[in-house]
Design a binder for this molecule. Sequence first.
Ligand code: ADP
Ligand SMILES: N[C@@H](CCOP(=O)(O)O)C(=O)O
Length: 295
Amino acid sequence: MIKVTVPATTANVGPGFDCLGIALSLYNEIEVEEIEEGLLIEVEGRDQEKIEKNKNNLIYQSMLKTFDKIDRYPKGLRIKQYNNIPLARGLGSSAACIVGGIVAANKLMGNLLSQEEVLELAVEIEGHPDNVAPALLGGVVVSCQDEGKTSYVRFPVHETLKFIVAIPEVELSTKASRGVLPESVPFRDAVKNVGKSSLLVAALMSGELEKIPYALQDCLHQPYRTKLMASLETIFSKAEKLDLNQLFLSGAGPSIIYLSWKQEEERARTFINLVNTMPEQWNIKTLQGDNKGTS
Ligand SMILES: Nc1ncnc2c1ncn2[C@@H]1O[C@H](COP(=O)(O)OP(=O)(O)O)[C@@H](O)[C@H]1O
Ligand SMILES: N[C@@H](CCOP(=O)(O)O)C(=O)O
C-alpha cells in the first residue's frame, strides 16, 4: 500500500498571478495499491459526494498519465482518498489530486520519474504551475512556465506567518473564475503588479513582514473576480476602510486569506468578525505554512 499526503495551496497570493503559491497546513491523503484487475475508488471526507469514482476521477487520470509516461501499468488499481481540502474554493484541491496522483503512481512503479519530471507533468495537466509547485515542494514557490519549460525558486514559509482562511459554502470553479479575466489590462496595471509581486516575494523571503500589506495589492485578477460574489466585494471594501489590508483572494477564489503574524491577533479577530457579518455560511480555518510538500 502506497500512502501520499499532499498539502493545500494558496496561489497568486494577491499580485503573483499564475506565478506565486504557498503550501498550507491542510492535507489530503491518498492510498493506492495494485490489485488483480479493474479500478476501485473510495472517497472519504470533505465534498466526497461530489467526486467521480470512476475512470474520470482526477487522481486516476493523473496516475494514468504517469503510467503512460513511464510506459508501465499496474494490472488493476485501488485508490482511497481522504479529503480535507474543499473543492472549488481556491485552495488547490485539483492541484493536490494531480500532484498526489503522479507521486503515488511514480512510487507504485519504482520512482522512475525525477522530482523535476513529476513537476513538469503536473504543470502539463493543471495548466499553470502556481498550485502544483508548492503542493509538490512545500514552502513558497515562485514559478514561471514558458514554452513548455517550468522554472522555479522555492524558499520556506516564514514560521511566524498565520493564514486566516475564510471559506464560503459557495463554490467557484477555477475554470469559471479564469473565464472572467480580461484579454488585456492597462499598461499601468501591469507595471503595478510587477512591482507589487516582486516586493511581495522579497518581503516573504527576507522576513520583512511589515512590507507585505503594501505588496499584496493586485490589479490583474482580483478586481474582476470579486465581482462574482457580492460578499467578496463587501469584505474587501470594508477591510480597506478598517485598514485590514493584508487580505487576498486565495487562488481563483472564493476563499479569502488574511495574513497574520505576532502583534496582529487583534486585527485578525476584526477580520473574522467582519466575515461573520456576511449572509453566507463561512468556515474559518487558521493555518500555518507547510514546508514539507508532498510525501
Ligand atoms: N479532491 C478531489 N478529488 C477528485 N477530483 C477533484 C478533487 N478536487 C478537484 N477535483 C476535480 O478537479 C476539478 C476542478 O477542481 P476545482 O475544485 O475547481 O479546483 P480548485 O479546488 O483547485 O480550485 C473538479 O471539478 C473535480 O473534477
Ligand atoms: N493562478 C490560478 C490559481 C488557481 O488556484 P485554485 O486554488 O483556485 O485552483 C488562477 O488564478 O486561476
